[in-house]
Structures are given as C-alpha cells and as structure tokens.
Design a protein around this ligand. Structure first.
Ligand code: ZN
Length: 146
C-alpha cells in the first residue's frame, strides 16, 4: 500500500490531518515573523511566500531531526544489546545498561508473551523490570521453506 493510500484510508476512518499551522481562522500576524498581515484571503497565515517557505522548511527540518534522533538511539541500543550478547550477558541492572547509553524510550516493537511484556530492538528481544534488563536474546530467523 502506498503512503498516499494509507493516509486516505486514515482520513476515511474519521481521523483528521494534523494541522501544523495551529489555529484556524483569521490571523492578525504572520506565523513566521509576527509581522501584521495587511491583505489577502481571510485564512492567510503568512505575510509573504518567503515566510511561508521558511516556516515549512523549519517544520520539515524538525521532523527530520526527530527521525534522526530516534534512528541514532535505536542504533546505539542495538550496539549495546549486541555487545551484551557477545559477552554472554542476559541479565543486568537497568542502571548499568542506561549508563552504557541505552535509551529505554526507543523500541522497534513489543509483544505480550504469556503475561510478560517483551521489548524488541530489531531482532534482539529483552524484558524490562523496574530495576533490571532481563532475558536478552537474539531472535532466530528461520529459513523459509521452499
Ligand atoms: Zn512573515
């Protein structure tokens, strides 16, 4: 499914697009520079095309930076988990893994397995308790049957 189709389905489900330009209706001043808007349509939000471009470029850059931060954290988490596996460590204090630079806010997926929440960083699974990281395992990829 294309992203465009997915978004159309999403809108059909009754969700509305996020309005990044905040409030609706008439604005007295430009969203980018704050200068008064003297003319134009009643829903005009910017004093000039330059301000409109600058505003949207800034939003786009902020989104890209958020994606980069998440990618960086996930990569670091994966490196740390891989290192622990190579060392044969499957259980350690959470404070230690956080001290190594592990960021518990980022996971690629999680699943409930027999009442226990299992976290995944790509193909490595682990469990978190309030004080420990436990059961670190590499998920074995099974070869496909031909
Ligand atoms: Zn402006």
């Amino acid at each position: 499914m294309q992203i465009k189709d997915a978004l159309a389905n999403f809108e059909c489900m009754g969700y509305t697009k996020l309005n990044q330009e905040e409030d609706e209706g008439r604005r007295e001043s430009c969203l980018e520079c704050g200068d008064p808007i003297r003319y134009g349509r009643h829903d005009k939000k910017f004093c000039s095309p330059e301000c409109k471009n600058r505003y949207h470029n800034r939003i786009t850059k902020a989104s890209q930076a958020a994606v980069r931060r998440a990618d960086t954290s996930l990569s670091r988490n994966y490196e740390i988990l891989s290192l622990l596996l190579r060392q044969g460590v499957r259980d350690l204090p959470l404070a230690d893994v956080v001290a190594m630079g592990f960021n518990i806010s980022y996971v690629t997926s999680f699943a409930q397995c027999g009442g226990v929440m299992v976290h995944y960083c790509y193909d490595i699974s682990y469990r978190l308790t309030r004080t420990r990281m436990r059961d670190i395992y590499k998920v074995q990829a099974r070869p496909r049957k031909k």
